[in-house]
Design a binder for this molecule. Structure first.
Ligand code: HEM
Length: 117
């Protein structure tokens, strides 16, 4: 069980890497846009994160306040990705506030994961 949990954490981290990595690629290239890869990363992190939010394979208590906050942040990231890709499709451009918020909120969730114990 413990090993399985570690594998799910690994998958969760892959989702984070895909979401944040694909966002950084666009940011560094000065392309203010959302990509399908960002959504895929978010979906992977979300599915694995929800599996980890249940108390299995551990001997300590989970911090449910932290998990609730992470889940709320995830919903906002998902909404921004959804609204952003629809806007992008319709108008051909993405409001910079949406783009920067996606990166900042992704980092916020990673920061919450490692700093808030
Ligand atoms: C984009 C959204 C998310 C990002 C970027 C993210 C990022 C991370 C990172 C970097 C870790 C590793 C921290 C460590 O090993 O100490 C982690 C762990 C974890 N995340 Fe997330 N996370 C996200 C969403 C979620 C959601 C929605 C949940 C559940 C509600 C969740 C539940 C967890 C749990 C339970 C762990 C700890 C794993 C363990 O040690 O057993 N995450 N997350």
């Amino acid at each position: 069980m413990e090993i399985l949990r570690h594998i799910v954490v690994f998958i969760h981290l892959i989702g984070f890497a895909v979401l944040f990595g694909s966002w950084v690629v666009e940011a560094v290239a000065h392309r203010i846009r959302v990509t399908k890869l960002m959504t895929w990363g978010m979906v992977i992190a979300a599915v694995a994160g929800l599996a980890l939010a249940a108390p299995w394979g551990i001997e300590y208590d989970l911090n449910y306040t932290k998990l609730g906050v992470k889940f709320a942040v995830l919903l906002v990231i998902g909404a921004l990705l959804g609204i952003g890709s629809a806007r992008q499709r319709k108008t051909g451009s993405l409001p910079p506030a949406i783009f920067w918020s996606i990166g900042a909120l992704t980092l916020l969730n990673a920061g919450l994961a490692v700093i808030w114990r």
